[in-house]
Design a protein around this ligand. Structure first.
Ligand code: PLP
Length: 361
């Protein structure tokens, strides 16, 4: 009653997360449910990260280190920058919001693709910025057109690489050409949530632009290959100038103490990352071949998920999969996204999909 809400906020709809396992269990009374909806690591976190949380309960009454000293220093050492180049976030999602709040005045523009991470549009709209939407070409960012979409009002440009939900990447050469013509008053946001899964040799070194002093920020997360999605921790690497402005808007204790401890330990476990990459690479092949056997053609991916055209109402396919105990993701129209799981989970998904699509093979 009497609620006054800006039309920009009214235009938003709440983010629809992957359906939680508990919820589906309650609804359908199924015993085995396989969640392949949110690109989580099916192997879980590094045992070192779990061990680092032992004893953490004793300090839960203390605020976390608001400066995130140790984790920022470790990340700085790893990427050969200084601590002043690094910011932590409550997931890298939060840093997307900080970028919008810090650099967009009402009416300022942010360029992004039409099929990309939905949080960009939400955060830009929430601060009364204007999302400028550029269509993908072949499910891939069209850097030529994105460059042409830049105007004097453009402050941010989002490049999700590899892209969620399509899984595709843009190459070092394409990004280089693009960066040569991006004006310096536009911050290029390289969202690299799936960086650790990339296998393509031509993947760009986005950190190099930061080191050259370009207005760019690289976003990474502990939610995907590091298996810590529940703790909410991610980071950004940019110039000390950009980071300084972000820090003026950042809530002081945004990265919680458990997350900082677990992330630090996770960074020391290269073996877990290597194993996760290998399991994913094999799983991609398994699911790709399985989809082909069903007459479907998944889009090439550099991530831990596959994007494919089910060739019929995707909503119905999604719902039918749920009844088989499989939580995938309906993106829009006939398109679905499925996260790569462990081998038996992938098999269960392919069997369920075959059944849903009417026999298949
Ligand atoms: C998962 C994901 C993120 C990060 O999520 P957080 O859990 O907030 O760190 C960021 N960008 C993309 C494209 C993602 O898929």
């Amino acid at each position: 009653m009497g609620l006054q809400v800006h039309p920009d906020i009214q235009s938003l709809s709440p983010y629809v997360p992957g359906k939680p396992i508990d919820e589906l269990q309650r609804e359908l009374g199924l015993t085995r449910i396989i969640k392949l909806a949110s690109n989580e690591n099916p192997l879980g976190p590094s045992p070192k990260a779990v061990a680092a949380l032992n004893g953490a309960q004793d300090t839960l009454h203390r605020y976390p280190d608001g400066g995130g000293y140790q984790l920022r220093q470790t990340l700085a050492d790893r990427w050969k920058v200084t601590r002043e180049h690094v910011i932590l976030g409550n997931g890298s999602d939060e840093i997307i919001g900080l970028l919008a709040r810090t650099f967009l005045a009402p009416g300022d523009e942010a360029v992004m693709a039409d099929h990309t991470f939905v949080i960009y549009k939400m955060e830009v709209t929430a601060v009364h910025g204007k999302p400028v939407i550029v269509p993908l070409v072949n499910w891939t960012h069209d850097l030529e057109s994105m460059g042409r979409a830049i105007t004097p009002r453009t402050r941010l440009l989002f490049l999700c690489n590899p892209n969620n939900p399509t899984g595709t990447m843009v190459s070092a050469e394409a990004v280089d050409r693009f960066m040569a013509r991006v004006p310096d008053d536009v911050i290029v946001v390289f969202d690299e949530a799936y960086f650790e899964y990339v296998r393509h040799p031509q993947f760009p070194d986005a950190m190099a632009y930061v080191k050259q002093g370009r207005n760019a920020i690289v976003l990474r997360t502990f939610s995907k290959i590091y298996g810590l999605a529940g703790l909410r921790i991610g980071y950004g690497v940019s110039t000390p100038e950009v980071i300084d402005f972000l820090n003026r808007v950042r809530p002081p204790f945004n990265a919680n103490s458990l997350a900082q401890k677990a992330a630090l330990a996770a960074l020391s476990d290269d073996e877990h990352v290597a194993k996760s990459r290998a399991v994913n690479a094999a799983g991609i092949e398994q699911v790709r071949q399985g989809l082909r056997a069903l007459g479907l053609t998944p889009i090439p991916t550099e991530t831990n998920f596959l994007y494919f055209d089910a060739k019929r109402d995707g909503r119905l396919v999604f719902d039918a999969l749920l009844r088989e105990g499989i939580i995938a993701r309906h993106i829009e129209g006939t398109m679905l996204r499925v996260t790569i799981g462990q081998p038996d989970e992938n098999t269960a998904f392919l069997q369920a999909l075959g059944k849903v699509l009417g026999g298949g093979r």
